[in-house]
Design a protein around this ligand. Structure first.
Ligand SMILES: [Zn+2]
Length: 437
């Protein structure tokens, strides 16, 4: 298998993007840095927007969801919005408010399960914490700050096989309440005040402990992403679901030709997909409809024109797909085995767990052909429940035709997921084609 520099460069850029984004708040910060480097201006939802044709803007809601857009120079009423949607969150373990507990001289951090991680993959990993902290300023206002512990800080040691001799037959079973608290320290080794978890956050964030009011912290894997395989044809990292899709969309969006193209282009990355999207900043909330409506208020003659623009719009809902793994051949639909490094995957489900309809599917196949990119089609096994994503939620809310697609990957929701180098570059090429259509 031969790859050009483009594929390897994009794969390495993806791994760096994920390494810099250990929480949804950090993912939004990473995206913001790239937008700033390309001349994008921040918009505040509290302040009136005065948008200009060809203007480049972004809006953040709740620190962990972001919508970026470029106002096209062709009439919005005729071209509509070209939207790519993805999500910034990944399943995992989140720190509880009263986090500290001591058992047999070990200080442990209590965690809640966020979404549906494969819990066994958290055992014996070099974990740490990242997220955001809310604190009271000197003038009394409440502010948010991202916080990141870079060194391995926490661990969930496995139970030795001598006490769990059926583990290879029955799998590792973890009681969510009693087994998941993560070991942080031996009590003898810490100062009495750092028994308060808040003091640990204060020391790391540079804030005064008494000013800290609340936090949302995710455990993350400190092991960096890597290429692997005989010819470096694969990549492995945490959070490929769904930061790989966010990165591909940003890499497509910030291309010079794409940015100069005539249509109004939108990237919308939402938090809370893994827990159902029902929140102010989730895909089911008002964030994207509000932003599109406000773009319409600036660029269109009135509501009639806005609805005409929506009817001309298209959304790609991009989320990862399940690649065939020969060790588990029984789990796949035999006629819809999608393979790593064989191209982006269009997801189809008659029960609308995916938003794809036949016209959206046809349009997406066409963009793949135009971009010179292979394309695959996925249908879930009929006797297994099918997952879902933001596509059906957003398309129903806005009435915008959508396709659900994503790159094939292994071990979705493992702490260490893997995917194909070629697929990532091919997804970017196809997205560039879409944005310019
Ligand atoms: Zn996902």
């Amino acid at each position: 298998m031969k790859r050009t520099d483009f594929y390897r460069e994009q794969a390495e850029a993806l791994l760096a993007f994920i390494d810099a984004s250990p929480s949804p708040w950090h993912a939004v910060e990473t995206v913001k840095q790239q937008l700033h480097a390309h001349g994008f201006s921040p918009l505040d939802e509290k302040i009136e927007w005065d948008l200009m044709a060809k203007g480049r803007y972004y809006v953040v809601r709740g620190g962990s969801s972001i919508v970026a857009f470029i106002v096209g120079h062709e009439p919005l009423v005729e071209r509509g919005f070209n939207i790519i949607g993805a999500h910034t969150d990944s399943p995992g373990l989140r720190v509880k408010p009263n986090a500290s507990s001591i058992d047999a001289g070990l200080l442990r951090v209590g965690v809640e399960v966020y979404g549906s991680p494969i819990l066994a993959t958290y055992a014996d990993r070099d974990l740490s914490l990242a997220g955001c902290v809310s604190y009271r300023d000197e003038d009394g206002t409440i502010n948010n700050k991202t916080v990141l512990f870079e060194k391995p800080l926490l661990r969930l040691p496995n139970l030795a096989i001598h006490m769990n001799n059926k583990v290879n037959d029955e799998g590792l079973k973890l009681d969510k309440q009693t087994a998941l608290p993560l070991i942080l320290a031996t009590v003898e080794d810490v100062l009495p005040e750092s028994l308060q978890f808040k003091e640990l956050i204060a020391a790391q964030s540079g804030l005064c402990g008494s000013a800290i009011l609340s936090w949302e912290l995710c455990s993350y894997d400190t092991q960096q992403g890597t290429l692997w395989g005989l010819n470096d044809e694969f990549l492995a990292s945490s959070q490929l679901d769904n930061l790989a899709s966010c990165h591909a969309a940003v890499a497509a969006f910030l291309n010079d030709e794409v940015m100069a193209s005539s249509a109004t282009k939108v990237c919308a990355f939402f938090d809370h997909e893994e827990i159902g999207s029902e929140s102010t900043k989730g895909a089911s909330g008002s964030f994207l409809p509000d932003v599109l409506m406000r773009i319409g208020e600036s660029m269109l003659a009135g509501k009639e024109s806005y609805f005409r623009a929506l009817s001309q719009s298209f959304m790609m809902s991009v989320d990862m797909a399940h690649a065939y793994q020969p060790s588990f051949s029984w789990a796949y639909e035999p006629k819809h085995r999608v393979s790593v490094n064989k191209g982006p995957v269009i997801k189809v489900n008659a029960n609308q767990r995916y938003a794809t309809d036949n016209i959206a599917e046809a349009m997406c196949v066409d963009w793949c052909h135009q971009a010179g990119v292979p394309v695959q089609k996925y249908s879930h096994r009929t006797n297994l429940g099918c997952g879902s994503t933001i596509g059906p939620i957003v398309s129903a809310k806005l009435g915008i035709r959508s396709v659900d697609l994503g790159n094939p990957m292994w071990a979705m929701h493992s702490l260490r997921e893997s995917a194909g180098v070629n697929d990532h570059g091919d997804m970017i090429k196809m997205m560039r084609q879409f944005f310019q259509h």
